[in-house]
Design a protein around this ligand. Structure first.
Ligand code: SF4
Length: 367
């Protein structure tokens, strides 16, 4: 079983972000921990555990988990361990923003059991960070990585965003070079999407910003793919790359369709054919928890065609690919001739060119 904990609190909303967050200057750590542990206790005895009894990975995502009191992370991990065996050597990841990384905080995370940090860097360009409404500055990133390593947490992942509007003049290859210079174990590279109801969505609607065109987006993605290979990284999933042996085990479990439980507001859970999700807003989640009502916002049972689409989509997004017999031979031939896929004995996997067309290819494979 894989466990995701959504910590929704952020200091302010980034210009592009439409995640389920709660902007708070003072984070209600104690109330959050108590509500999440209550939800965790309610999961015990649930049929979701039929497939697996132990916890294989824990992932604190957000929001900004590094804004939670470090003692809260310790309490959560202790509470998880009271109900279930956490596997020896389990990957325990915490997403952190560079400005929250202090020697005291990292030491506390490590003692609590965190052994992997995913750092939200996004760019090393100060004007881009200001445009994104990020709370950290570019020069906080290198000291943060150093502090994490000095405290004994070896496994460090950096998040970067590409595909920014051309008007920002962002030098993507320079940002990549700065990331490689910090010798991360893992990189997550996300293409910017313009979402409604975000400051960026409003700027685009008013014509104040022109989203990146397809050509530049593709150039940046392909440049990243080449740079990753040059630096010895394995581009093992459309948005993820790792040094050998450093693939993210938690995310890889999603892509293998392993069972997972999500705790906290808006968190999703999946096991067998069931998908269920929690109330999205922190206040609604907290109120339901305090009043003894369910925090579940909804659920569905996947039909056979939805399972097939999920399997194909998840297979194609990773470098492990799909069993060759899942696709008709003429489709395999067409994709490989176009340079979108490569075959190995019994398998087909997309190339970087293919990943640029992931949604369309997965849809055509299951049409
Ligand atoms: S820190 Fe992350 S979750 Fe919070 S507003 Fe920014 S992008 Fe969204």
């Amino acid at each position: 079983m894989h466990l995701y904990i959504h910590v929704p609190f952020c200091a302010r909303r980034c210009s592009y972000c439409d995640f389920a967050i709660a902007v708070r200057r003072d984070v209600p750590s104690r109330r959050f921990v108590s509500a999440v542990l209550k939800e965790w206790r309610q999961w015990q005895g649930h049929p979701a555990w039929e497939e697996s009894k132990d916890v294989g990975t824990v992932y604190f995502g957000g929001g900004t988990p590094s804004r939670l009191d470090p003692g809260g992370i310790a309490e959560l991990l202790a509470g998880i361990g009271r109900e279930r065996q956490v596997a020896a050597g389990a990957e325990v990841t915490l997403e952190a923003n560079p400005d929250d990384v202090t020697p005291a905080a990292v030491a506390a995370w490590r003692v609590a059991g965190v052994n992997r940090i995913s750092l939200g860097v996004q760019s090393f360009d100060p004007s881009v960070l200001r445009w994104m409404h990020r709370t950290h500055s570019a020069d906080q990133v290198a000291p943060a990585v150093e502090t994490i390593r000095a405290a004994g947490i070896e496994d460090v992942s950096l998040d970067l965003i590409f595909g920014l509007p051309a008007s920002l003049g962002r030098d993507w290859e320079r940002d990549l070079a700065q990331a490689f210079a910090l010798a991360p174990d893992h990189l997550s590279l996300y293409g910017l999407t313009v979402e409604e109801h975000t400051p960026l969505g409003r700027w685009a609607e008013r014509g104040e910003v022109t989203p990146v065109d397809e050509e530049r987006y593709a150039e940046e993605f392909l440049a990243a793919d080449r740079a990753l290979a040059l630096h010895g990284f394995e581009h093992y999933e459309v948005s993820s790359a790792a040094r050998p042996g450093r693939r993210a085990r938690h995310n890889s479990a999603y892509w293998r369709r392993a069972p997972f439980i999500g705790l906290g507001p808006s968190a999703h859970s999946g096991f067998g054919r069931t998908r269920r999700w929690n109330l999205r807003d922190w206040s609604a989640y907290e109120r339901a928890s305090a009043e003894g009502r369910s925090v579940v916002g909804g659920s569905e049972e996947l039909a056979a065609d939805a399972v097939e689409l999920e399997e194909v989509y998840l297979g194609l997004r990773t470098s492990d690919g799909l069993a060759l017999e899942r696709l008709p031979p003429d489709m395999v031939a067409g994709w490989t001739a176009a340079g979108w896929a490569r075959t190995t004995p019994g398998r087909i996997r997309l190339t970087a060119e293919g990943w640029l067309r992931l949604d369309a290819l997965a849809a055509s494979a299951t049409a």
